[in-house]
Ligand binder design. Sequence first.
Ligand code: HEM
Length: 342
Amino acid sequence: MPCPHALQHRPELRLWQAEHPALSAALLQRPELGVRPPGKPLPAHLEGSRLGRLFGLWLRQRDDASRSTPKQALVRALKALPAAELRAQARRQAALALTGGWNHWVWATPSASIAAVLGLPLDSLSDQRWLHEQLRAIAGALQDGQAGAADPACAALLQSLATPAAAAAPLQACLHRLGPAQHWPGGVEEFEANRLALLWQSHEAGAALLGNALARLATEPALRRPGRMLDWLPTLLREGGGVRNTRRFALESLEIGGVRLRPGDALLLNLAGKTTEADDVGFGAGAHRCPGQDLALETAAAALELLLAYQDGRRWPTPTQGVTLANAYIPAFIDPQEHATP
Ligand code: HEM
């Protein structure tokens, strides 16, 4: 049997795979491995589009050393957001989203909560649906090659985040104070692109976490323990209920445990599975470690606690075949209340 601590060759996927998250944890610290193939800062289909321009400015897609200063500023700004404000907004958005049915709840609650603390006015189900549509347009364009199709969504979101009212919202206030445009090599444009990235990053990963949590609570009543959601979520992530993997590319020739990699070779790094706490990689590790970890956990926990506190006789939904993304599985739900699904 192959050793799970060594890279496995997956010729059918044309990549090398780190199965054990402890190996992924170590590889995520290696500067010779980057988030983009060498010489290809953009996927070809994004070239020339507004989405491509933003993508090229996102911290998530860059490895140049000049981005470590804005990354540190971003981490400080996100840490400064008062958890109580985020929890209150998450409860508000979760309660609103529930009126749109369980599938809407899973998809809309995480990004709507972050959008609201970034200053987007989200006071109705249709506001949430509008936001979800914009993020879906971006997701579709990133996946299927129609990059220009997401340009109106990018423009609309950038504009909504740039209003004076939004600047005063709790998370934007932290960004302006601790990670303002002067900290970013590309100035205002790069600041604005990464402000939008916060919304984008909360979308699919947030839906994966909340959707998998709901599926487990719906099917395992013993897990429904009020006050314990925040403690339970890291276990769920380890069990594959969040982002399950990420990719890296060799930037130069290197050797990993006897495997010789050439520039451009691709790696698939598993992020879920049995680990010691020190090796937990549910939120990544190294230079690209998720700066939104606390926000993601607080939002999901607040939304789940709200469900546990509701005493309105609402029945739990039945999980059914959901959406499989490259890095996550997001369950769908059959709604016993017969609400419309998005
Ligand atoms: C509040 C919502 C969230 C925000 C604002 C956020 C933000 C971000 C950002 C900006 C990055 C890129 C960091 C960089 O490249 O320097 C990132 C990476 C990451 N995030 Fe999050 N995130 C959120 C939710 C989540 C959730 C719910 C999960 C897991 C279920 C998650 C898992 C990850 C992982 C694994 C990475 C690292 C990816 C890699 O190294 O390839 N994030 N996040």
